[in-house]
Design a protein around this ligand. Structure first.
Ligand SMILES: Nc1ncnc2c1ncn2[C@@H]1O[C@H](COP(=O)(O)OP(=O)(O)OP(=O)(O)O)[C@@H](O)[C@H]1O
Ligand SMILES: [Mg+2]
Length: 409
């Protein structure tokens, strides 16, 4: 990818496929094309200036003759990017349709991608990486709070300004809440996203929460910036099944807590990875302030979860299914490892769902669960699910409730 350093003209590609030329003024004459800035996988990025305000922007538009799927993805990028406004996410100013396809008019970020900054270097300074990636973590947390997963976090999709401000770009394969990432193949036959930064589960076609994809990609980006290469050598399932070398073995000057955070994000076993970007962002923020910080203990394994005591607990529950449908049910029993739900419609064993219910504290919990068993019950069906994603705070509330019930008996 071209170095998009400001002040140097980005070279035009030798196999020029662009149709917009400097001085042209398409889109109702509102934007004047100044120059080609960079070429993405399927879109070109131009510097444009607004005819009336004279403000400069980055125009993202598909190259000519791209398949309809490319146009569709750009159209999907528009409402997602419009929704997530954050100081560390590129701002969307305008969007529209042109004879060449949909286009986005973005804040022009004066800076370079982390990919460009790493080129020609073995590694980047730890303080710089910590500062930039803690900003990116905040940006990803903001997305996840809005129910959006980015799914393509990598150095080429992070711009850094000369004053050190990070901007997350490229929401081309982002998705909304509830989607599981599985078999991420487009009908043109290639992965959506970037295989080198995707976890093993995605490459092997297993379902995985899209938020968990972001955790792995964020970790792989962190690892690469700290030691100049990715945690795994390649993308075959055999290569990916092997545990990556610990980051401390590649870079000796790292704080042990930071090394542990990076190692856990890129762990081959999903159960070892942090369960939320919020936890990661909080630890990075504390580290930047010079405080000692570490992630909550790792998510319990299946065997540990079975050790959780359970207690009866009644609460209305709303279950979101992978196909986007929702059904109403009732939590009947609760433990720190999962809940039992009764519902009129059967849930399938192995199904991944999102369950929203009221915690004993009165807060609403939105947990991800895998359905372990299901049988006909008194009022329809009864199913047992194991949490695959739950905040530490919610789990603590549940465990305290169950312990309280046990003590009262
Ligand atoms: N708002 C912006 N300001 C400055 N440069 C930008 C901006 N948006 C994109 N770029 C540059 O253009 C490149 C490609 O943009 P982007 O990643 O959005 O395109 P893409 O076609 O979706 O990419 P990919 O290659 O990941 O498929 C970026 O790596 C960056 O160098
Ligand atoms: Mg990109």
């Amino acid at each position: 990818m071209a170095d998009n350093s400001w002040g140097t003209e980005a070279p035009l590609r030798t196999e020029q496929t662009t149709t917009l030329t400097p001085g042209q003024s398409p889109f109702d004459g509102r934007y004047l094309i100044e120059r080609l800035l960079d070429c993405g996988g399927s879109a070109d990025i131009y510097v444009v200036s607004h005819r009336y305000t004279q403000r400069r922007f980055a125009l993202k538009i598909p190259r000519p003759n791209q398949p309809p799927a490319v146009h569709e993805r750009l159209r999907r990028e528009v409402p997602l990017l419009a929704e997530v406004r954050h100081p560390n996410i590129v701002d969307l100013h305008d969007a529209g349709e042109s004879p060449q396809g949909p286009y986005l008019v973005l804040e022009l970020v004066e800076g370079r991608t982390l990919e460009a900054l790493l080129t020609g270097r073995r590694e980047l300074p730890v303080d710089f990486v910590l500062s930039v990636l803690s900003q990116v973590a905040e940006a990803v947390v903001a997305c996840h709070r809005q129910g959006i997963a980015h799914r393509d976090i990598k150095p080429a999709n992070i711009l850094v300004t000369p004053t050190g401000v990070a901007k997350l770009i490229d929401f081309n394969v982002a998705v909304r809440d509830g989607s599981t990432t599985q078999a991420r193949m487009t009908h043109v036959g290639c992965f959506v996203g970037t295989p080198e930064y995707l976890p093993l589960e995605v490459l092997s076609g297993a379902p995985i929460s899209s938020y968990a994809v972001d955790v792995y990609s964020f970790g792989a980006t962190f690892y690469e910036l700290l030691c100049g290469s990715l945690p795994h050598e390649g993308c075959t399932l055999t290569q990916r099944s092997e545990a990556p070398p610990s980051i401390a073995s590649r870079r000796a000057d790292l704080d042990p807590e930071l090394a542990s955070l990076v190692d856990r994000c890129v762990s081959t076993d999903p159960a070892d990875r942090p369960t939320s970007m919020t936890d990661i962002a909080a630890v990075l923020m504390a580290m930047r302030r010079g405080e000692r910080a570490s992630l909550p203990r790792k998510a319990p394994t299946g065997r540990e979860l079975r050790r959780y005591a359970r207690a009866p607990y009644l609460s209305a529950a709303r279950v979101g299914r992978a196909d986007g449908s929702r059904l109403d049910g009732r939590v009947e029993e609760i433990s720190g490892g999962g809940v039992q739900i009764s519902s009129k419609i059967a849930l399938e064993v192995g199904e991944n769902v999102i369950v929203r219910f009221t915690l004993p504290s009165g807060d609403i919990a939105a947990t991800r669960m895998n359905i372990r068993w299901s049988r006909a019950g008194r009022e329809g069906f009864l199913s047992g699910g194991e949490f695959s994603e739950i905040t530490d705070a919610a789990r603590t509330v549940i465990v305290l409730y169950v312990e309280g019930r046990e003590a009262a008996q």
